[in-house]
Design a binder for this molecule. Structure first.
Ligand code: PLP
Length: 359
């Protein structure tokens, strides 16, 4: 079986766990603080706050941005449920925009149509490791004085015109879930920003609402444990190497599949860097191809199979929104095996099978 993804855990991470166990400092210690400094520096931003998942990173960010009852948040329908769940749990109303068929992220024209005087946040998801069109999204947000929260859970290290994911919005949320480009080998997340005040709010919200031992706001317990932070510190030192490997895998796919009729390869803007959290092709024969690959022992996946605005609990809090581009694309997408460590020879095999299928 060729798996869709693999995770690299080496002696370095085992050493990191030992170091924390011996210190007996399991929460609120120096590992989480150092991870904040090191990750912020990697993404080219000034500040960061670790939390216990990407979902908490989104949720606390929305709270810090002041989202409450009836505030509208614009997002795309083709992301993991956590994105819309965070909006609903913060008390906001999710407003869905159609997507751009190349970037799979928010379509600027559709976003403009959705803006009302209740719009509080635009929430672009840098899906599959490709940064959204941040030029036009930033312009819209600036023109209307709306905040931007980047869902960067799939885009550690990704670049757009020389700037990294997380450096465009007021806040940006990353996940360290095990399949992500960088992990803590468990659930974890981090919020980054150049705005120190917003990051201080997140730090209070994640710690029972405390600032310097004073309870100043109704907070939660969403801290990242020291063991996981130490593993994360070790893992992010390998992020560039893993991302380069993912890009090598993408090149093998691109070189082999580029002339195959019926297959559309992932889009990459010149001067920007896709980090291929997922390598996602489009084909009208998606379901047939998926079954064919399964019979050959190759794992592939549809990410994401459902429109978030079709979920019953989401329908209850928002109005129906027509999204023709998303509806077409959602029937074509298929994510092929990729990770920071999968052998290139296995990818060649996947390519041969895909070529066999189409010829
Ligand atoms: C786009 C996106 N947003 C949010 C999340 C939530 O992150 P987590 O699983 O760490 O809560 C994920 C990952 O699972 C994701 O891929």
């Amino acid at each position: 079986m060729i798996p869709r993804t693999t995770v690299d855990i080496s002696d370095k991470e085992l050493e990191a766990v030992k170091r924390v166990l011996k210190s007996c400092q399991f929460v609120k210690g120096k590992e989480a603080q150092l991870l904040e400094e090191e990750f912020a520096s990697l993404q080219g931003v000034k500040f960061a706050a670790t939390v216990n998942s990407g979902t908490s990173a989104l949720h606390l960010s929305l709270l810090a941005l002041g989202v409450h009852q009836d505030d509208e948040v614009i997002l795309a329908p083709n992301t993991f449920a956590a994105t819309v769940n965070a909006v609903i749990i913060a008390g906001g109303i999710p407003i869905f925009s159609d997507i751009n068929p190349e970037t799979f992220s928010l379509d600027s024209e559709s976003v403009k149509e959705k803006i009302t005087d209740k719009t509080k946040v635009i929430l672009p998801v840098h899906l599959y490791g490709l940064i959204s069109n941040m030029d036009s999204i930033s312009e819209i947000a600036n023109n209307h004085d709306i905040a931007i929260l980047e869902d960067a859970c799939q885009s550690h290290g990704a670049e757009y015109q020389g700037r990294r994911a997380g450096s465009f919005g007021d806040l940006a949320a990353f996940s360290f879930f095990p399949t992500k480009n960088a992990t803590v080998a468990g659930d974890g997340g981090i919020v980054v920003s150049n705005n120190e005040q917003l990051i201080e709010k997140i730090k209070a919200l994640r710690d029972h609402g405390r600032i310097k031992n004073q309870h100043v706001v109704a907070g939660l317990n969403n801290r990242l444990s020291e063991i996981l932070a130490a593993i994360g510190r070790s893992h992010i030192t390998k992020l560039e190497q893993f991302n380069e490997h993912r890009r090598k895998i993408a090149k093998v796919y691109n070189d082999n599949l580029k002339d195959l009729p019926g297959v559309v390869l992932p889009f990459e803007l010149e001067g920007s860097k896709h980090v291929y959290h997922l390598y996602t092709i489009k084909t009208d024969r998606r379901d047939e191809l998926k079954n064919y690959l399964k019979d050959k022992g190759i794992g592939s996946k549809v990410m994401y199979p459902e429109r978030l605005n079709d979920l019953d609990y989401v329908k209850k809090v928002t109005k129906y929104q027509d999204m023709p581009v998303n509806d077409k694309v959602s029937k074509q997408i298929l994510s092929l095996p990729i990770s920071g460590t999968l052998e290139l020879s296995l990818i060649e095999k996947v390519c041969s099978e895909i070529i066999n299928f189409f010829t």
